[in-house]
Design a protein around this ligand. Structure first.
Ligand SMILES: CC(C)(COP(=O)(O)OP(=O)(O)OC[C@H]1O[C@@H](n2cnc3c(N)ncnc32)[C@H](O)[C@@H]1OP(=O)(O)O)[C@@H](O)C(=O)NCCC(=O)NCCS
Length: 191
């Protein structure tokens, strides 16, 4: 007997050149969501950027798409070093708060671990409370650094059970975050 698939969107790899998927997700983002995702008020994706978003290879540039009759969101990692990558995510506005991003990041975490990525960096505008809550709920947290109005989060794939950063982590300008209270069980580097 075949097991039933879990309810909710199907998560799959974006294939190289699947431009229509990227375009549809972008079209479903409000101006505010586009600003939060790209840190710029984009009416349209610049051509080079649009091409770069489908230049995936499944290892150094992995993009996952959530599909339920239509594309609902995309999460991606782009490797920046042997064990490091940048992570980003966006979900169309009319599907927010349904757990789509959480599912995408759970699968991205699995693939990051399989690809040997030990640190995911997320550049999140300080005003983006939704994304900050999302990343902190989805990953164990390493150091967080403030760069102007951007918080650079360090997410530690595969480490949730061993070192959970919340609560009490705060970001300090140009410096790694420190715990405000509570006892540290292990360092992010070695725990
Ligand atoms: C941030 C974003 C990806 C969240 O997508 P989503 O599918 O709505 O998120 P989920 O439903 O999976 O939420 C998972 C968790 O994230 C947090 N979260 C999500 N939206 C939130 C909001 N508006 N306010 C507070 N917390 C929020 C919560 O902890 C939530 O868990 P809960 O529902 O159990 O409370 C979505 O708002 C988005 O696309 N924003 C624009 C693009 C962007 O900001 N990208 C991040 C920069 S890389």
């Amino acid at each position: 007997m075949r097991a039933c698939p879990p309810p909710g969107p199907r998560i799959r790899l974006l294939r190289p050149g699947e431009q229509a998927i990227v375009d549809e997700v972008f079209a479903g983002l409000s101006p505010r969501s586009r600003y939060l995702r790209f840190h710029a008020p984009l009416g349209a994706l610049p051509a080079a950027h649009r091409r770069a978003l489908v230049d995936v290879d499944g290892r150094d540039h992995i993009a996952l798409v959530a599909v339920e009759r239509r594309p609902l969101g995309i999460a991606r990692l782009i490797r920046t070093g042997p064990a490091e990558a940048e992570v980003s995510v966006a979900v169309v506005d009319d599907a927010h708060r349904n757990g789509v991003a959480r599912r995408l990041l759970a699968e991205l975490e699995r693939r990051a671990c399989a690809a040997g990525v030990r640190e995911l960096h997320a550049n999140v505008l300080a005003e983006n409370t939704a994304a900050l809550a999302l990343f902190r709920a989805s990953f164990a947290q390493g150091p967080c650094v403030v760069e102007g109005d951007v918080l650079r989060l360090t997410c530690l794939p595969g480490r949730r059970a061993r070192w959970q950063a919340r609560p009490g982590l705060t970001c300090l300008p140009g410096r790694p975050a420190r715990r405000r209270r509570g006892r540290r069980r292990a360092t992010p580097a070695t725990g």
